[in-house]
Design a protein around this ligand. Structure first.
Ligand code: ZN
Length: 164
């Protein structure tokens, strides 16, 4: 039985034949995008990016976790980024997640509970504001003056800014 990974691998060789070499650091816009892993979100298409122009950090919910902060510090201190674009989205699975139910399901199956939370949130604008506050409050980041938050609408393709 063919898997999705097998299908992706079948595309890799023809894609490589169209490869024009690595993008240069000189093309960087010195921006990091933090967003959800949701497959409907394509930051390259949404923002008209070319390879090499932006760093993209993704996880379930587009949350500013300790690991996202770690990567932001690395990107600012070693890769020259200066701006942070935080983008949540409508109809996010993490937004409507019943976290206690998921924790209980895992505990029932394994006898243990995860060491992490899944980050369920309510109002998306509030989640964006919390993400902005977390980044702006992280003192290891040298550049915190250009941190902005947005909501991507998966139905319209539009991007709306959330004013902190
Ligand atoms: Zn999501």
């Amino acid at each position: 039985m063919s898997s999705a990974i097998d299908e992706l691998l079948a595309n890799a060789a023809p894609q490589q034949r169209r490869f024009n070499g690595p993008a240069t650091f000189g093309r960087s816009k010195h921006v990091v995008i933090v967003t959800c892993m949701d497959a409907r979100i394509d930051p390259v298409r949404i923002f008209g990016l070319r390879e090499g122009e932006a760093y993209v950090l993704r996880n379930g919910g587009g949350l500013v976790t300790q690991d996202v902060l770690r990567s932001l510090v690395l990107s600012q201190r070693r890769l020259g980024t200066r701006e942070v674009l935080l983008m949540h989205h409508t109809k996010c699975g993490v937004g409507g997640l019943d976290e206690p139910a998921l924790q209980a399901e895992i505990a029932a199956e394994t006898g243990r509970t995860p060491q992490y939370t899944f980050g369920a949130f309510g109002e998306v604008d509030d989640a964006v504001r919390a993400a902005i506050a977390t980044v702006k409050g992280h003192e290891f980041l040298p550049h915190r003056d250009r941190v902005r938050g947005f909501v991507y609408d998966v139905d319209t393709g539009g991007v709306r800014e959330v004013i902190a």
